[in-house]
Write a protein that binds this ligand. Structure first.
Ligand SMILES: [Zn+2]
Length: 353
């Protein structure tokens, strides 16, 4: 994700030094400082004894500090993703996937931080408040959908907006869950679906008024059986017209006319899956990453297998571009909808780039 606005990070040496003096955790991840006399580099908030200012040099990234010959401090572990960075990633994940933004209090509960701390931390890291971020993301989504054409898009957007606010008033404490997530089995959910032909064969698209629940490839009978078994209690209706906007956007992407598929999803997930899917959405069109790289992106470098499982459990093909994850040696490895489809998608993207 590109930042919404320029970050308000400490950019001058003076501001950085003040952050070091204050051990300001809100500046975490925005810069690192190395101490010439010890050869060690730290986060701004490191609890270690403060260095003398004349011995301090600043770096944008841990890699830059290491390249300059500094070793990571054992106390503040600047090479790892911090709790603060994870909290910000989790909040972005929640905001990216909701039509109606959760309140600051809800976000604070989800990250187990105080509202004031979260507000300050998010603003320092992202450059805008969670609320401004959510509004900007929502505006981007609306624009993307208006670009894709039909009047149905606006109607869908309004419908999603109205029903989402009702949802949030009754659901306040889904720790670590995507806001769209609720009862298992889809009780009380209305899901419209359509099976259409696409460049990659039969494609099932299914959505609630809040967002997509499935984008999948296969044979139509299997696709429908799978959807029914996952949402046994939902009210399913075969309703292509209701999904026209999403289907057009996906077809345009498959035809190489559209590079980003900024469509909201409404799928429940664990916090871990959410972070993996968020990381996948940050991989640019036409590029790939290894499972190990994705594990590093989300701050869990040891969780390579869990990342692979999260990719394999992606219910919304293309929207969460799990096809952009390959093995470290560049081999394609698996794809939930077959390695041939993965190959075709990546080829398409390389050519369309
Ligand atoms: Zn340190």
């Amino acid at each position: 994700m590109t930042p919404v606005l320029e970050s308000s990070s400490a950019s001058s040496d003076e501001a950085r030094w003040q952050a070091v003096l204050a051990r300001d955790a809100a500046q975490d991840g925005l810069f690192y400082y190395g101490v010439g006399t010890t050869g060690i580099f730290c986060r701004p908030a490191c609890p270690s004894r403060l260095p003398r200012r004349e011995n301090v040099v600043y770096f944008e990234t841990p890699e830059a500090a290491q390249a300059a010959g500094f070793r990571a401090c054992l106390r503040c572990q600047p090479g790892q993703v911090s709790v603060q960075q994870q909290a910000v990633a989790q909040v972005k994940c929640l905001l990216d996937n909701s039509e109606t933004a959760p309140t600051l209090a809800e976000l604070a509960r989800a990250t187990q931080l105080s509202p004031a701390h979260l507000q300050r931390l998010f603003k320092a890291q992202v450059g805008v408040s969670p609320k401004q971020y959510a509004l900007a993301r929502r505006a981007e989504r609306l624009k993307a959908r208006l670009r894709s054409g039909s009047d149905v898009t606006t109607a869908l957007f309004d419908a999603g907006h109205a029903s989402a606010s009702t949802l949030y008033s009754s659901q306040t404490d889904q720790l670590g869950m995507a806001p769209g997530a609720y009862q298992k089995g889809g009780a009380g959910q209305r899901i419209a679906y359509a099976v259409v032909s696409s460049r990659l064969g039969q494609m099932l698209v299914a959505a609630t008024p809040r967002g997509l629940v499935a984008v999948r490839f296969g044979e139509d009978t299997e696709l429908l059986a799978e959807l029914r078994s996952e949402y046994p209690h939902a009210e399913l209706s075969d309703d292509g017209p209701a999904l026209q906007a999403q289907i057009s956007a996906i077809q345009a992407y498959l035809a190489g006319q559209e590079r980003s598929l900024n469509l909201p999803r409404d799928v429940s997930s664990s916090d871990f899956q959410c972070r993996v899917w968020e990381a996948l959405q940050a991989i640019p069109y036409g590029e790939t990453r290894s499972y190990a790289q994705v594990a590093e992106m989300i701050g869990s470098p040891a969780a390579v297998r869990a990342v692979a499982r999260a990719c394999a459990s992606n219910p919304v093909a293309l929207i969460v571009p799990c096809h952009r994850v390959v093995r470290s040696d560049g081999a394609l490895s698996g794809y939930r909808w077959g390695v041939e489809r993965k190959r075709a998608l990546l080829k398409n993207e390389r050519e369309g780039k």
